[in-house]
Design a protein around this ligand. Sequence first.
Ligand code: AMP
Ligand code: MG
Length: 468
Amino acid sequence: MTIAFDHSYARDLPGTYLRAAPDPAPAPRLLVLNRPLAAELNLALSDDEARDWFSGAQVPPGAEPIAQAYAGHQFGGFSPQLGDGRAHLLGEILTPDGRRFDIQLKGSGRTPFSRGGDGKAAIGPMLREYLISEFMAAAGVPTTRSLAVVATGEEVWRETKLPGAVLARVAASHLRVGTFQFFAARGEEAQVRALADYAIARHYPDLAKAANPYVALLDAVIARQARLIAEWMGLGFIHGVMNTDNMAISGETIDYGPCAFMETYAPGTVFSSIDHQGRYAYANQPLILGWNLARLAETLIPLLDASREKAIEIANDRLVGIAGHYRTEWLTVMRRKLGLLGEDEGDAALADDLMTAMEGADWTLTFRRLADEAALRPLFDDFTKMEAWLPRWRARAGEGAAQRLAAVNPAVIPRNHNVEAALTAATDANMAPFHALLSAIQRPYTESEPYMLPAPTGFGPYVTFCGT
Ligand code: AMP
Ligand code: MG
């Protein structure tokens, strides 16, 4: 087949990227191809095409690979130049219903933005992104998708020698908060404006008609990101590196590195080996949401109003509203997770009190089992607080709650011990555990042992790595 690539980013935004070709993989081997996603994108790929095109072995006809420039605050410190150091955007495709997606290779070799890095990736982290992003999609959370992972036949050096791989990633776009920061930090106001215009046209086309489209853009990104983080919190998802370069303007979850799902609920949970201060701990994610959006707002100041003073006032006004906005989104998620119909004044207190009562219990299964006290009790060492909370919930939730809980609260999530087992086996060339886990997490609301069970005692404390 041929892929009908388009290149609107390259065409509309000269000066925001550099041309760079993927490294040819010496002995590519297709590890996983996402056929349902390929079908959704109208790509009738053969296995051989997927293997060659998504490993860098061949540049597919019509692709014009580029590496995008971006900056970013990493753990609070500003890096003026990051950019795609190990990724190549092949181009964009349009679905029959008119949606535009980037197709990007990750782990495909060095680019002018690689700095000291080798531009490569190992099988484990690429399959990890595949698993977790596909779970997020199955759970209805906005996310970049994974189209394929291809082993390159090359070895990459991390702590040890590991088999290399390339991930083909599909995204609504790869515009990041950090993309805006790159040009704002260089004082390139025209480029920031061009990026904003592009973002509006691509992600928020209705806003072009707004009185001030740039203020509307800021509002729209705030709204989508607040909703996204609320969804993460509902699933117990901890991104792990909420740097501004890893926050997408589209509102999709992007850059699955050291992310992981919380099992036992503890607000301070951190998995990433490099997050020593707990900056990106579970309960901090809503605060980082506001912090990152403040960085986006700063880049837009020259566009928000002709008067700088007025522009700062507009931005401040928006930023002050984020906490309340997020809280509303969180409450919406919690109402859904608790099987509540409609809205009641007491819902916020009910949700807040559950957060206190369920500390130390399995996050996922507690919601799943709320209507089944016999199954719920064993999740708790001390059931006293739940004992007091449950009658309030029952009174509010009413009839049919059990069915509603089961429809929206996953039974299966990518539990850390299962993910690790699948990736370890894959690194040893055994893909069977990966495929078994993948098929379970793609049907998250279907109870499936052993995947729904918490980690056996003795597993952990769990630590994740960036895999870079
Ligand atoms: P990340 O932590 O994956 O969001 O990446 C942060 C920055 O480091 C981005 O600019 C990446 O392109 C770059 N980077 C990560 N891993 C590598 C690598 N192996 N080689 C080159 N650049 C990398
Ligand atoms: Mg990143």
